[in-house]
Design a protein around this ligand. Structure first.
Ligand SMILES: [Zn+2]
Length: 247
């Protein structure tokens, strides 16, 4: 008699357990997409905050540098200066980057939504990734570049930009090599690209189809992934040549 009650009790408990598991499964199915969306929104907000801080630091840099933007890339002796850090001997030193002195932490260079394949050269030795690129072609310049185009020149002076409110300075970006996203930042914005095997750095719409950009006038915007019709300038994320032409 006692055993029978125990068995019934056990069966009842198992049924209850199954019901609870079933309900939890349904609730998880309902809540999970909402939680994922909330996490994405949080990461996008953090990204906007990062780029705002980077933009603010850049404005302070400009004030202290005779109105020049930082160089996207330059080389002095054995030191290579990227807009976001200095590299020497294959190692990045964020605290020696051009705008670091105006920031409280190098964490602002990391977009939480970005994950690169750091096993791919040339950046595997860095051990960390960023996720933001600078408009080197029209803002940052690259005086140490051996390219024969505008990248030979240094950075632009802020008043030289004709339309600062539509000129992107920094943006969620990545460079794709084959099927891999190989790096978390770039310093060149080239208007050429290789179909089918992108070599040029470009905007990376990693926030559920949105990419965050910081403009030369200091404001930040989220832009949506453009359609294929507006191809070249949008694929790499920058405004047209005309809109960010220098004076
Ligand atoms: Zn981002």
């Amino acid at each position: 008699m006692t055993t029978g009650i125990k068995n019934r009790s056990l069966r009842f408990t198992l049924i209850e357990l199954l019901i609870v598991v079933f309900i939890i499964g349904i609730l998880a199915g309902i809540l999970l997409p909402a939680l994922i969306k909330a996490r994405e929104r949080g990461r996008r907000a953090a990204c906007i905050n990062n780029l705002k801080q980077i933009g603010l630091a850049t404005r302070q840099y400009i004030m202290d540098s005779n109105e020049y933007f930082p160089d996207a890339y330059n080389k002095v002796g054995s030191k290579e200066y990227f807009w976001c850090f200095m590299e020497e001997g294959g190692n990045p030193y964020f605290e020696q980057g051009p705008i670091y002195q105006y920031l409280s932490t190098s964490k602002v260079f990391e977009c939480l939504e970005f994950s690169a394949d750091t096993s791919v050269q040339p950046y595997k030795s860095y051990g960390r990734v960023c996720g933001y690129g600078m408009n080197a072609e029209y803002v940052g310049g690259s005086p140490a570049s051996t390219e024969t185009d505008i990248l030979n020149s240094g950075s632009v002076k802020a008043p030289q930009l004709k339309k600062p409110s539509s000129t992107i300075v920094y943006m969620d970006s990545a460079q794709i090599q084959g099927s891999n996203i190989s790096e978390g930042f770039f310093f060149y914005s080239r208007f050429n690209y290789v179909s089918g095997g992108e070599q040029s750095a470009m905007a990376n719409y990693r926030h559920s189809g949105l990419a965050v950009a910081a403009f030369a006038d200091g404001h930040c915007e989220e832009s949506t992934k453009p359609d294929a019709v507006k191809d070249v300038q949008h694929r790499i994320g920058w405004p047209t040549r005309e809109s960010c032409a220098r004076e």
